[in-house]
Design a protein around this ligand. Structure first.
Ligand code: MF3
Ligand code: CO
Ligand code: CO
Length: 262
């Protein structure tokens, strides 16, 4: 089986806009870092990001009102896998938090997330989980090049998670991205299955890789709010996300932060 994504290849004008959007999304994660501390609420972080995106970057926060999502960023705490809704609860010593930022700039989307360790008391398992999840993302990115089959990338990410005695979530995936937040027929799965079609990469494609790695079971549950996804066993989960461009040589990370050395 084959899934053809040629129709999503971007021209140089679109690629320039994707670069700009990606850089702006990365700047939000850099801006918010000093505020992500014990005693702050995720709602306060949402407001800080919203105002920065709108007032400083002159962008639109893509999550706000997206399919009814009520806030401008996603904040996923501890056992929350993804799509956590910012709220009044205060961060405490030992928490792990994913902040997921998507901005629209000049009609194009930049989408990126990272884990934050709160305080000094984050358990060693949770620290290691965050590290392994980031390594899984970097492993996936390192495999991106023209001619590569996306299937192989998903396979490598899952087997890296499992080698570390973790699991890779199946219900949510990376996605083609451009003028659309989630390109409909362009999914980036973070696992392997015989039923997954081959998707051969070409220069000019832009997509996210965003593995969600669980400490325990890969199984998830959706909470009553219809957004918040949690692990079924309530053990912690970690996610990192970048927006990637396929180049003639390999990959360009459009949402690279200055702290990252790859
Ligand atoms: N940023 C998420 C992703 O990586 C999507 C969030 S959708 C929202 O694809 F509505 F929850 F914001
Ligand atoms: Co995404
Ligand atoms: Co995202």
């Amino acid at each position: 089986m084959n899934s053809n994504v040629s129709k999503y290849v971007k021209d140089i004008t679109a690629i320039e806009k994707m670069r700009a959007a990606g850089q702006k999304a990365a700047r939000v994660l850099e801006m918010i870092e000093p505020y992500v501390k014990i005693g702050v609420s995720t709602d306060q972080l949402n407001t800080l990001c919203h105002d920065f995106i709108v007032d400083e970057l002159k962008c639109t926060p893509a999550p706000l009102n997206y399919r009814g999502f009520p806030k401008s960023i996603c904040t996923s705490l501890n056992q929350v896998v993804c799509h956590g809704i910012p709220n009044e609860k205060l961060l405490k010593d030992g928490d792990i938090l994913n902040i997921d930022i998507t901005v629209i700039h000049d009609g194009y989307h930049g989408d990126t997330s990272k884990m934050f360790l709160i305080g000094e008391k984050v358990p060693i398992l949770a620290r290691r989980l965050c590290k392994v999840a980031q390594e899984a993302l970097y492993l996936g990115i390192s495999m991106v090049k023209p001619g590569q089959d996306l299937k192989k990338i998903g396979q490598a990410i899952e087997s890296y998670a499992e080698k570390n005695n973790y699991s890779s979530v199946r219900e949510y995936c990376g996605h083609g991205i451009g003028t659309e937040f989630h390109e409909e027929n362009f999914q980036v799965l973070h696992y392997d299955s015989p039923s997954i079609p081959s998707t051969i990469l070409e220069p000019g494609l832009t997509f996210t890789i965003e593995p969600m790695i669980n400490a325990g079971t890969k199984k998830v549950r959706l909470l009553q709010d219809k957004w918040t996804v949690v692990t079924k066993d309530r053990k912690p989960s970690a996610q990192w996300e970048h927006t990637i461009l396929v180049t003639d040589q390999g990959a360009e990370i459009l949402t690279l932060r200055s702290e990252e050395k790859i």
